[in-house]
Design a protein around this ligand. Structure first.
Ligand code: GMT
Length: 381
């Protein structure tokens, strides 16, 4: 702990690219720094939401040297080495690893190098358990990283339960939901994004990294079915492996003129408030941070009844849920919601209220800080 007072010195490791875990980790780093803690972010490049300069928030790039022998450069080892260096140079109290593979493993290695006084907290975000950690190549090391961390959190009750079930572990997993900056994500519309609207036509929106799990092509299909009877427009924000397929499908189905593919956008908070409904039809989501950001902007959400989404979206209150197993259910629920514009607006208000009530930064941040302190009170084992 910082000698002058009880401010903490925290290392945070995350993926820097578009994706919920990196966004959440960076927002957490900023919030902790704003509270006066000293925060050191480690990643192979600066995370997308990292501000240019904050007095007590530092970024350490992790270099991964090429070597002819290395067909796969060992990033996990370079990260562990950098973590150990930063921990010693800046007398870190703890490393908070976001996403189990490889960040948590690297942090445990760093702790082995530096000494047990350095604590390791791991936050599980979702695909690190459900897709990557589940793969037989990584399953054992994922379980090891969960068991050996000093503290483990999961972003939803569903993910905590899924982790216990998948790995048969009984270790305590603290549920700490994701949070949202309610000043940045608000109902303030942005003039440029307003231009996406056409008259009274409802504007639908989707934001993701366009991975298969997001089911963006299924979304385009459902949208095409709905606009055959009910006019609407769809804005798709993000980039990823399924973008090309989604664009081609939009043309094939004759709805390309009704869908705007905007690519990756740094300031989604300027676009989201223009939406009448946010769509997240994923195969599962451990939490659904993009949906929470939409809710904070006063936009109701239609999501799949899968993973942690029913914890976030309350059917009939802040949006709707459709069943993945029921063919055509996404289109059916979407059409029904669009036909009740007043109800949709009321759900948008309620969505913002829920975001304020449950997911505001001041509500969630103390839970992380309390966990840091309780872990630091544990004897160095
Ligand atoms: O959604 C992704 O594919 C990205 C992934 C990540 O790790 O960056 O997101 C996961 O973590 C987010 C932040 O906690 C959650 O809001 C997302 O629901 C979760 N994604 C999945 O579970 C598919």
């Amino acid at each position: 702990m910082n000698a002058r007072d009880d401010r903490l010195r925290i290392g945070i490791a995350c993926w820097p690219t578009y994706g919920g875990s990196g966004v959440l980790a960076t927002e957490l780093a900023i919030a902790l720094a704003d509270e006066g803690h000293e925060v050191h972010l480690l990643s192979y490049e600066a995370p997308i939401r990292l501000p240019e300069f904050r007095g007590n928030l530092f970024y350490h790039r992790v270099g991964v040297p090429e070597y002819p022998l290395f067909k796969y450069p060992p990033y996990a080892l370079a990260l562990a080495t950098r973590m150990a260096e930063v921990a010693e140079q800046h007398r870190l109290d703890l490393i908070h690893a976001h996403y189990a593979i490889p960040h948590s493993v690297s942090a445990i290695l760093a702790r082995d190098m530096v000494g047990r006084h350095l604590k390791v907290i791991t936050t599980l975000h979702g695909t690190d358990i459900t897709i990557v950690g589940n793969d037989s190549s990584y399953s054992r090391i994922t379980r090891y990283s969960i068991d050996r961390a000093d503290g483990v959190t999961a972003v939803s009750a569903w993910l905590a339960e899924e982790t216990r079930r998948t790995f048969g572990t009984t270790r305590e997993i603290v549920e700490i939901p994701n949070f949202v900056d309610l000043d940045r994500f608000s109902a303030r519309p942005c003039a440029q994004a307003q231009a996406l609207k056409r008259g009274d036509e409802p504007l639908l929106m989707h934001v993701s990294n366009f991975r298969r799990v997001k089911r963006v092509t299924e979304l385009v299909e459902a949208f095409a079915a709905v606009v055959a009877t009910d006019p609407a427009r769809l804005v798709m924000v993000g980039d990823g492996p399924e973008l090309g397929r989604a664009e081609r499908l939009a043309s094939e189905l004759g709805v390309a003129d009704r869908i705007h593919f905007l690519g990756s956008q740094d300031a989604v908070e300027k676009i989201l408030p223009c939406a009448d409904l946010f769509l997240l039809p994923s195969r599962f989501e451990s939490f659904g941070l993009a949906a929470l950001e939409a809710m904070a902007c006063g936009v109701p959400v239609l999501a799949s009844r899968a993973g942690g989404l029913p914890e976030l979206v309350e059917e009939g209150e802040t949006g709707g849920l459709f069943d993945l197993e029921v063919p055509g259910d996404l289109a059916t629920k979407l059409r029904a919601m669009l036909r009740q514009p007043e109800r949709l607006a009321a759900m948008g208000h309620e969505a913002r209220r829920r975001a304020e009530e449950r997911y505001a930064l001041p509500r969630v941040l103390p839970r992380y800080v309390d966990l840091y302190r309780s872990v630091m009170d544990q004897p160095a084992g």
